[in-house]
Design a protein. Structure first.
Length: 286
């Protein structure tokens, strides 16, 4: 007889845990290396998308209410005590903060959040893709659907059921059909909020707004994973920008002129440094 499985606190309904001591294998396309986990990424397939989207409107309200670098307590006070997100009950305020913390970190010791927060106010139109990149770094379920979205031709349909099927393939036997359906619907909404999908009901592949802040953040996420040089332009993160490398390199040059990164490319060699963001996040390559 199989041993009984005890579901720990915080696991959403509909999630089946087959082993707590031996994490199930992840597809290589969604797995991030251990060094990235120290920067705030996650390979843990328990995310808020079982019941929520990436919550872009709430994130915008929260970061607007708490400007600049801040401790988690300041986000907590703005959400719970000051009701900056305009939630109707105290329980709803607390739950919303919990979900945002799961997706984005909201702490000054989490490099993936600190870098996003630094770039957040530079360009309003880049905020949707910044939020998607950060949430994808921290929610492997969202990340596991990237190929299904980005790999679809512009204007072609992308169904929530397709995203559910991708999750089921990546994590076989982990979720009930009803949970997979909810995941597909919520994750489709997140991709729509990012600008990579369009449409209310019948969603189709679209082109997101992307400028220098989005590129800097995508390159930095690759850097936190351990990539360097020209490989940064071919990472999973830059692929989410939906731009050719030929379009991204001029943005990298502009970012270099603005001091967001150091960019040098000549004679077929490319060097990219992140002194500003590394100093800000206290990140040291291992």
């Amino acid at each position: 007889m199989a041993p009984a499985v005890t579901t720990p606190p915080g696991v959403p309904p509909g999630v089946t845990l087959t082993s707590m001591s031996q994490p199930e294998p992840l597809m290589s396309s969604v797995h991030v290396p251990d060094r990235a986990l120290a920067a705030g990424f996650s390979n843990n397939p328990i995310g808020t998308h079982t019941g929520k989207t990436m919550m872009l409107p709430e994130l915008r309200l929260l970061l607007g209410a708490v400007p600049g670098p801040a401790e988690f307590g300041e986000y907590q006070r703005a959400t719970v005590e000051e009701n900056a997100l305009a939630k109707s009950t105290a329980a709803n305020r607390g739950n919303t903060l919990m979900y945002l913390k799961q997706l984005y970190g909201l702490r000054p010791d989490i490099p993936v959040f600190v870098a996003m927060r630094e770039l957040w106010d530079v360009n309003f139109n880049d905020q949707p893709i910044l939020a998607l990149l950060c949430a994808s770094a921290r929610d492997v379920l969202l990340r596991s659907t990237a190929d299904a979205v980005v790999g679809t031709a512009l204007g072609s349909p992308v169904a929530a059921a397709d995203l559910s099927a991708g999750i089921a393939q990546a994590f076989p036997g982990r979720y009930k059909p009803s949970t997979l359906r909810n995941l597909g619907q919520n994750i489709a909404s997140s991709w729509t909020q990012s600008g990579l999908l369009g449409g209310a009901q019948d969603k189709r592949r679209a082109t997101p707004s992307v400028d220098v802040p989005a590129l800097v953040y995508a390159l930095y996420l690759g850097h936190l994973e351990g990539l360097a040089g020209p490989t940064l332009f071919a990472s999973r993160w830059t692929r989410m920008l939906d731009r050719n490398e030929a379009d991204l390199r001029p943005m990298a040059e502009a970012a270099g002129r603005s001091g967001w990164l150091e960019y040098r490319s000549s004679g077929g060699m490319t060097e990219i440094g992140f002194r500003h963001l590394d100093d800000l996040t206290n990140w040291t390559a291992s």
